[in-house]
Design a protein around this ligand. Structure first.
Ligand code: NAP
Length: 295
């Protein structure tokens, strides 16, 4: 069996087309241009490229986007002040502070400083709480993207056994929570695995859906996968450098072997990654509609 490929590139393209039309309509009918500001502290190359990709995507969709790059020595107090400035700027609907922050800045304090109505990353405790309660809120972008991928590729989640590997605040915990809720791409029976899990392979072998968000290359091997399971690979691991200097990436799943057993599978790259930025754009458009009282 060769699994159907769930292409994040294709699904993200579909959603971006929908968003482009939505942004154009907001402008035409309501004179609204959604606004996003990204704040980067320091010069970490990976963070720089993530922020650049976010701004490029925003521009392509017609979203107004500003990129602020701050000195690595910027104090927590100054960063809180800057966030406060954008909280009060009506042109800005979404504020994204790129993580990780330098060690001298307390991340939790910064996330708390963002107006929950502009928290398009969905990391503010108010949005996390609402998510857990199943209330309307900004969903964190990677889990939100996974839900869209499952829905749009027709993977049945209701009643499914879902095994998630990894319990981070940005992927594992929220996706586990969302998939057990009574909602689209929900109603699943969820098992969350981590480093203290005994016999993870046994959990995986009974899963209808495996979501791997670990950061260990090719950790999910073919012998851990039930025939016909759906596989979502969140992992992005740099496993070498190509002759052109570009990083060679691998997911958390042994793609070549697992695709012979699974019914569908996301590739790395080109799977969950493109969905994450797209859902940030969706949240920004949602924030603009909320600010205008349209939703
Ligand atoms: P994280 O914060 O580093 O958490 C990793 C989780 O995996 C932890 O809960 C850890 O367990 C668990 N884990 C690590 N090794 C394990 C093992 N051998 N067996 C079982 N569990 C193990 O990671 P993250 O931020 O969620 O990211 C995970 C991966 O997804 C990374 O490769 C990251 O680059 C990628 N990612 C991709 C996107 C995207 O848009 N494509 C977005 C976010 C993350 P403990 O809690 O017990 O330590």
């Amino acid at each position: 069996m060769t699994a159907k490929l769930i292409s994040g590139i294709e699904i993200a393209k579909e959603i971006r087309e929908e968003l482009t039309a939505e942004v154009a309509e907001l402008k035409e009918k309501h004179s609204i241009v959604p606004g996003l500001v990204t704040i980067l502290v320091g010069e970490d190359p990976a963070s720089q490229s993530y922020v650049a990709a976010k701004n490029k995507t925003a521009h392509a969709l017609g979203i107004h986007s500003e990129q602020v790059t701050l000195d690595p020595e910027t104090s927590e107090e100054d960063l809180v002040k800057l966030v406060g400035k954008y909280n009060n700027d009506p042109k800005v609907n979404g504020i994204l502070v790129q993580l990780p922050l330098p060690k001298h800045i307390n991340e939790a304090n910064i996330l708390l400083a963002i107006d929950p109505n502009k928290d398009v990353d969905g990391f503010h405790p108010v949005n996390v709480g609402k998510m857990v309660l199943g209330e309307q809120c900004f969903l964190p972008c990677t889990p939100h993207g996974i839900l869209e991928m499952l829905t749009r590729s027709g993977v049945e989640t209701s009643g499914a056994e879902v095994v998630i590997i990894g319990r981070s605040n940005i992927v594992g915990k929220p996706i586990a929570n969302l998939m057990l809720q009574k909602r689209d791409a929900g109603n699943a029976t969820v098992t969350l695995c981590h480093t203290r899990t005994k016999d993870m392979a046994a959990h995986c072998r009974r899963a209808d859906i495996i979501i791997a968000a670990v950061g260990v290359p090719k950790m999910v091997t073919a012998d851990m996968v039930k025939k016909g399971a759906a596989i979502i690979d969140v992992g992005v691991n740099r496993i070498g450098k190509a002759s052109n200097g570009k990083a060679i990436l691998a997911g958390d799943v042994d793609f070549d072997a697992v695709k012979e057993i699974a019914s569908c599978i996301t590739p790395v790259p080109g799977g969950v990654g493109p969905m994450t930025i797209t859902m940030l754009m969706k949240n920004t458009v949602q924030a603009a509609k909320m600010a205008a009282g349209l939703v």
